[in-house]
Write a protein that binds this ligand. Structure first.
Ligand SMILES: [Zn+2]
Ligand SMILES: [Zn+2]
Length: 352
């Protein structure tokens, strides 16, 4: 899906390298992505793709390599910046390092493996196919820049408009994750973490992740977001969400916490007895902005410290500890084979 950006980035990179030989053109910010992307692609990805006989997917593989490079930067930022903040001002003492390790597995697998793979195998080919079909029927993609010409002239303002649209969709996806029983059973994997850290954002059932990623990519297609705008949204969103889950005693202050979702605001969403109960089946669903919660009456601004987890975990319900146990138990719950604490299995209750 980010083929144009990647190609442009690669061209820019090649031009810079060539120019650099003559007039020592300084390294641009874009090169921070384009140069490692080009190197990894040439030395590792391209040979592997041809070895596997997947030559037709070469362009999608180039884009997937860009996602891998972004993932590397994100993980580096998390470890260096968020890790330092957690050591400096931790909110709670962590008693179970094993519980954090499984979130590290989720994050590394997603950022460096599964998301680039999803882009390669599903998102890029699907969106290319949809775009080709639209072209064949002479249907042009919507272009909000044309509807809002005064916004289209400023790249940053235009991106902010897309950001708000994506976040609005994300808010409603999150509401449904709590509202629909089968989706909640998948999303409960995310909420079952009782030792929340900056690694916890990516603790999601693979099916839950796949659904959300596909819905957001379709939104990008529907609203005609440029590939570079989509990449910027995904990276910004992932970095901010890692910060929101961090185990840090740092507030955004009254004012900024009404503009961006803060770690405290999101901790209330994860709070035992608060985050997934009540008429709305939770509160503070916002992903980047708390505005949708304020608008639709789901915002809570409680102060204080909140332990995280799902209420019935306190009564002894086991959502699984390891990577595969968390996935398997979620599927059992969807199928009704993991009843709530104290309830009988369907087979047992019908036998009575
Ligand atoms: Zn949630
Ligand atoms: Zn969360």
């Amino acid at each position: 899906m980010n083929i144009p950006t990647s190609r442009q980035a690669a061209q820019v990179s090649e031009e810079h390298v060539l120019n650099g030989l003559h007039d020592a053109t300084p390294f641009s910010l874009q090169d921070l992505i384009a140069v490692p992307q080009q190197w990894l692609f040439e030395h590792w990805v391209q040979p592997a793709i041809f070895q596997l006989g997947w030559g037709q997917g070469i362009e999608a593989a180039f884009d997937a390599t860009e996602w891998f490079v972004w993932g590397l930067y994100e993980v580096a930022f998390m470890v260096l910046v968020l890790g330092t903040l957690e050591r400096w001002r931790p909110l709670e003492a962590l008693s179970d390092p094993g519980a954090v390790r499984v979130d590290q597995v989720f994050t590394l697998l997603h950022r460096l493996g599964l998301f680039p793979l999803l882009a390669f195998a599903v998102l890029v080919p699907a969106i290319d196919a949809i775009e080709a079909a639209l072209r064949m029927h002479s249907i042009s993609r919507p272009n909000p820049d044309q509807w809002l010409p005064e916004i289209g002239h400023t790249a940053l303002l235009s991106w902010l408009v897309y950001l708000i649209v994506f976040d609005f969709v994300d808010y409603w996806i999150h509401r449904l994750q709590h509202r629909l029983r089968w989706w909640w059973e998948l999303h409960a994997v995310h909420h079952s973490q009782r030792q929340m850290t900056y690694w916890s954002d990516q603790r999601n059932h693979l099916l839950d992740d796949l659904l959300r990623d596909v819905l957001i990519a379709l939104t990008a297609l529907l609203i005609g977001a440029a590939p570079s705008q989509f990449v910027a949204f995904v990276v910004f969103s992932r970095v901010l969400q890692s910060l929101q889950h961090a185990n840090i005693r740092i507030g955004f202050g009254h004012g900024l916490d009404r503009v961006l979702v803060s770690p405290h605001f999101h901790r209330v969403h994860h709070a035992v007895g608060l985050g997934h109960e009540g008429r709305q089946q939770g509160c503070n669903f916002g992903v980047l902005f708390p505005w949708w919660d304020m608008l639709f009456g789901t915002a809570r601004w409680d102060r204080g410290y909140f332990p995280t987890g799902i209420a019935d975990q306190v009564q002894g319900r086991n959502y699984g500890q390891g990577f595969w146990a968390l996935h398997w138990k979620a599927l059992l719950r969807v199928a009704g084979r993991e009843p709530p604490v104290g309830a009988a299995l369907p087979a047992e209750s019908s036998a009575r």
